[in-house]
Design a protein around this ligand. Structure first.
Ligand SMILES: [Mg+2]
Length: 124
């Protein structure tokens, strides 16, 4: 399954809409600023999900194991933020790129959990 994202002008109403075909997401021009930003983030989450699937294959963990994985990723995000902040002088001393990367991983794990729930292999 490939993600296809594009921006098109709606022939009927003339507004620009962003289309993420894979997920059937449609956004209105009125919310374009949020849309572009949101789309970029979701694109990164999807890339991370593909990476996870390539690395681990389909995973169908029980919720408590998934919660541990999610908690680990959240902990890594907290650590990245803490390490980027200069607590002594009170400013961000480093880039927050690592923090962002960890948050993308948090989101991707959450998506993986929902995908697992939707497959319903262990909850019949
Ligand atoms: Mg991580």
């Amino acid at each position: 399954m490939d993600v296809v994202g594009l921006f098109v002008r709606d022939a009927v109403c003339g507004s620009v809409v962003a289309v993420c075909e894979t997920f059937g997401l449609f956004f209105n021009e009125d919310k374009m600023k949020t849309t572009k930003q949101t789309y970029r983030v979701l694109e990164d989450v999807i890339k991370e999900r593909k990476y996870q699937d390539k690395k681990w294959g389909e995973q169908n963990h029980y919720p408590f194991k998934y919660n541990n994985i999610l908690g680990e990723e959240f902990g890594e995000a907290c650590k990245a933020a803490n390490e980027a902040y200069d607590w002594k002088n009170g400013y961000w001393s480093k880039s927050l790129k690592h923090y962002r990367k960890e948050l993308i991983q948090v989101a991707a794990v959450a998506v993986a959990i929902v995908e697992c729930l939707d497959r319903g292999k262990w909850c019949k």
